[in-house]
Write a new protein. Structure first.
Length: 91
């Protein structure tokens, strides 16, 4: 497992970058992050994980995400397995 302090620092840096680039994003809450994270009713939390509710379709999110995605190394809100040219296609 990685260092949780380092993870939190990276996520805070990402959230600040998103804000600096025009998308209102709260600092991360790691209690809502990872397998088994649950809300007060015991239900599995869905959505933006440590960032709360994130509107992936918001043009402001997409613009800020383009500017900040390198901070997370390809993971984070709206990310996952890369597709298209980034998918490691055989040529």
């Amino acid at each position: 497992l990685g260092d949780q302090t380092e993870l939190q620092d990276t996520l805070v840096e990402y959230a600040q970058c998103m804000r600096d680039n025009g998308y209102a994003m709260d600092d991360p809450d790691l209690s809502d992050f990872g397998p088994g994270a649950a809300d007060d009713g015991g239900e599995r939390i869905q959505g933006g994980g440590p960032f709360g509710d994130v509107d992936f379709d918001d043009p402001a999110f997409q613009t800020a995400q383009s500017a900040c995605e390198d901070i997370l190394g390809g993971f984070g809100p709206g990310r996952g397995a890369r597709s298209g040219a980034d998918a490691g296609q055989d040529s």
